[in-house]
Design a protein around this ligand. Structure first.
Ligand code: ADQ
Length: 495
């Protein structure tokens, strides 16, 4: 079995109290690590005075994690800086919030180099290396500079920005150039992949782009695929039917006292469109007074990235807006908007999703959005709720039976809410059936298999001879050891 080496900014080791409190992504990656006896490498989340590169190993529930501490300056420039104040807003079309500081870019390069240097001793010749997300785009190139010959894949969890916006980043070419050092590049949906290929076509005219998504640039070959992430759907379906979920659903019903629940669950992030969502709900209440005291919006939004000013700002804005809406419409018996800044365990959440007549998932831009899929999986197929989904979430390419909306338009949101609240049982069942089929079919296990099959497949472009010769150019040779003692690419089987 080919060993898997996963690299992400933060590491999520399995936790003692079972699957319930872990996201589907962590569960799926952990199970792949368990099966292959793999390792998950990344930042511990801790700060240290001076970077030492010392790896702390831990083994939890059959999964080995290897973590390093970072200096405060690294955290500020790489994580809070380039990752969360430059790339995240840029990749979510918020150029107005993007900060372009040279120090950030320097920190990003430095930490990626430190990751590469530190993880080098962990890499065995046959390992498949899988790098996750925008924090670590240059990691593949850093590893290649250190003569790593292994197959390396990269998966981007966020959207890929439109060409003109990306050009605003001073180091955009350098950033994209690093992608050519991977063997496989995965995007959440066709739109982000197309946008990436368009960038390459315009900015790297020497690159050959095959119809199969294989790009050749000089001696580098990368295959670009669409591989939408899913949830652990079957597990979520079962969790929503458990006694604990039922308790949470019942408690919710009791507190609603016959009102229809509309639910939103998001990290508190400006990309999730919470302000626009609140305005859409306000519009519903203003334009359709017969819903007054008949509906309630529950928005659960635990704060994230509180060290970044734009996140502090959005929190203040939402506090004010939720107060304003409740001030305007509430009565002594009714709170129209329940706005909660804390997290809930996944089983309780599944019960709340099941209690909700409408799932309101309206990010302004989102790589995929797993909440939309969780809402679908949690529904009772005999009396399902309606999913309202932003057209600008990656999930909209798969979940076409949702009510798809422009999240910027309060009118469209209000219309969709009305349509959802008034929808017949027959139509709700029909839409839900199609949605559930998609969520079950393309679940997180399907995603994992699809990505790893492509990563293992060193014949992906149908021209293995050429790939092998490129491996030789990288120093792998025709069967002997390379200068770092790593053998060239070998056939792999991931079970
Ligand atoms: P996120 O932006 O974090 O992920 P999302 O896909 O919605 O967004 O996943 C959030 C997860 O956190 C969901 O599983 C959700 O249930 C959970 N969650 C949110 N609020 C919670 C709360 N209050 N209590 C408990 N759990 C809560 C990034 C990208 C997305 C992409 C994912 C996976 O931004 O576009 O879908 O990665 O690739």
């Amino acid at each position: 079995m080919t060993r898997l080496l996963i690299v992400s900014n933060r590491v999520s080791p399995p936790v003692g109290d079972g699957k319930a409190n872990q996201g589907g992504l962590a569960v799926a990656l952990n199970s792949a690590l368990r099966v292959t006896n793999g390792i998950w490498f990344g930042w511990s989340g801790n700060e240290i005075d001076q970077f030492t590169g010392q790896i702390n190993f831990a083994r939890n529930d059959g999964v080995t994690t290897a973590t390093v501490d970072l200096e405060a300056q690294d955290v500020e420039e790489y994580y809070n800086g380039f990752a969360n104040r430059t790339l995240w807003p840029l990749f979510h079309d918020r150029i107005d919030l993007a900060e372009f500081e040279r120090g950030f870019a320097g920190g990003y390069e430095r930490v990626n180099a430190r990751f590469a240097e530190t993880m080098l001793p962990l890499i065995a010749p046959d390992d498949l290396i899988w790098v996750h997300d925008y924090h670590l785009i240059p990691l593949g190139a850093e590893l290649r500079q250190r003569k790593v010959k292994n197959r390396i894949g990269f998966f981007l969890h966020t959207p890929w920005p439109v060409l003109r916006l990306l050009l605003s980043l001073p180091s955009h070419r350098q950033l994209v150039d690093a992608f050519f050092d991977y063997d496989l590049l995965g995007f959440q949906c066709q739109a982000w992949r197309d946008s990436f290929l368009l960038y390459v076509r315009e900015q790297f005219p020497d690159a050959e782009i095959g119809e199969d998504g294989v790009i050749r640039l000089d001696d580098r070959v990368v295959q670009v695929i669409t591989c939408p992430i899913g949830i652990d759907a079957q597990e979520f379906v079962e969790s929503a039917q458990s006694a604990q979920a039922e308790e949470s659903r019942e408690a919710m019903h009791k507190s609603l006292d016959g009102k229809s629940l509309i639910i939103g669950v998001d990290r508190l992030d400006y990309s999730k469109g919470l302000e626009h969502r609140f305005h859409g709900y306000e519009r519903l209440l203003a334009d359709h007074p017969h819903y007054l005291e008949k509906v309630a919006l529950l928005q659960i939004a635990p704060p994230s990235r509180g060290d970044v000013v734009s996140y502090q700002d959005i929190r203040k804005d939402l506090d004010a807006l939720s107060g304003h809406i409740n001030g305007e419409f509430a009565t002594v018996h009714w709170v129209p908007l329940r706005y909660v800044n804390r997290g809930y365990d996944r089983t309780s959440l599944s019960g709340m999703f099941r209690a909700a007549r409408v799932g309101l998932v309206t990010p302004l831009r989102d790589g995929m959005n797993l909440v939309a899929k969780e809402y679908v999986a949690a529904q009772d197929p005999h009396d399902p709720g309606v999913l309202i989904l932003s057209k600008f979430a990656g999930a909209a390419e798969q979940l076409t039976q949702a009510l798809l909306v422009n999240p910027y338009s309060p009118e469209e949101l209000s219309d969709a809410l009305k349509q959802a609240l008034d929808m017949s049982l027959e139509e709700r069942k029909e839409r839900h059936k199609a949605l559930l089929e998609s969520v079950l079919r393309e679940d997180v296990h399907w995603w994992l298999r699809t990505f790893l099959d492509a990563l293992e497949d060193d014949d992906a472009d149908g021209e293995s001879a050429q790939v092998i010769s490129l491996e030789q150019k990288r120093g792998g040779g025709g069967g002997g050891e390379s200068e770092t003692g790593r053998s060239p690419m070998q056939s792999r089987s991931f079970a």
